[in-house]
Design a protein around this ligand. Structure first.
Ligand code: PML
Length: 244
């Protein structure tokens, strides 16, 4: 198997990224597909690695979706649901504030996620500008997953994002994250999600106001064995066998 990762920049800014874990005979096809993915860029990097060992996750987290009249109602729901997952209101509010204001201490977004101590709210990621990036995760059969989601009524424009975000959230929980809050930094994309083992993948709209270019991910974690957790999120290669 091969791990293939693409990232593209325009004017020094990250504009596109994608990854695949594929059998070696699909390499050429997939490299061309990823090469064509960003519409505009002035630099593109495609990394190909041989996969030494692979863990298979049998099923993704299940999806639920909720729509609210406004962001504050949506955030109240997040607080309530995460309380069910054992996270205090104070800690969830801290994470919501961080994502609303921009989690990068230098201002704005981070490429990776915040690791937040679930008991104290302290930030634990070693580099607060970079954060922790969940990578090396893909679906055994991406097209079949997309088709199955379409059959369940997910609109086509959102599909690629959902497929990627669901894979990331599934890996996060598999690695031992207690729960996650996420929304996109794309100004036009206001659907976000929370995830945990018990809650599944809970899509929530609107997680932020329209035209806000700030977002990101907060992972709630126990601070024991942090190194092992980071290693799992960033380095362990995993493939999800099928949709829940
Ligand atoms: C979804 O369920 O539609 C995905 C929401 C989060 C997307 C995060 C991102 O694209 O950065």
């Amino acid at each position: 198997m091969r791990s293939v990762r693409m990232r593209a920049e325009l004017d020094g800014r990250h504009v596109s990224g994608a990854e695949r874990i594929i059998p070696h005979y699909e390499l050429e096809k997939v490299v061309v597909e990823l090469l064509k993915r960003p519409k505009r860029y002035d630099k593109i990097v495609i990394t190909v690695e041989r996969v030494e060992s692979l863990e298979v996750i049998p099923k993704s987290l299940p999806i639920k979706s909720y729509d609210f009249a406004n962001v504050s109602q949506a955030h109240e729901f997040v607080i309530k649901k995460l309380k069910d997952a054992g996270i205090s209101e104070e800690i969830t509010k801290k994470a919501l504030k961080l994502l609303s204001e921009g989690p990068n201490p230098k201002g704005g977004n981070m490429r990776g996620a915040v690791l937040m101590d679930v008991k104290t709210g302290e930030r634990l990621e070693p580099d607060q500008e970079r954060g922790i990036r969940t990578t090396r995760i893909d679906w055994r059969n991406r097209n079949a997953v997309k088709e199955a989601l379409k059959e369940r009524g997910i609109k086509k424009v959102y599909l690629e994002r959902l497929v990627d975000a669901l894979a990331i959230a599934t890996k996060n929980i598999h690695c031992g994250i207690i729960a996650e809050i996420c929304w996109s930094d794309d100004p036009e994309y206001i659907t976000g999600y929370i995830a945990s083992k018990e809650l599944g993948y809970v899509r929530i709209k609107p997680m932020k106001e329209e035209n806000v270019p700030i977002g990101g991910r907060v992972y709630f974690v126990n601070r024991t064995d942090l190194q092992k957790l980071i290693e799992c999120l960033e380095r362990k290669v995993m493939l999800i066998e099928q949709l829940f």
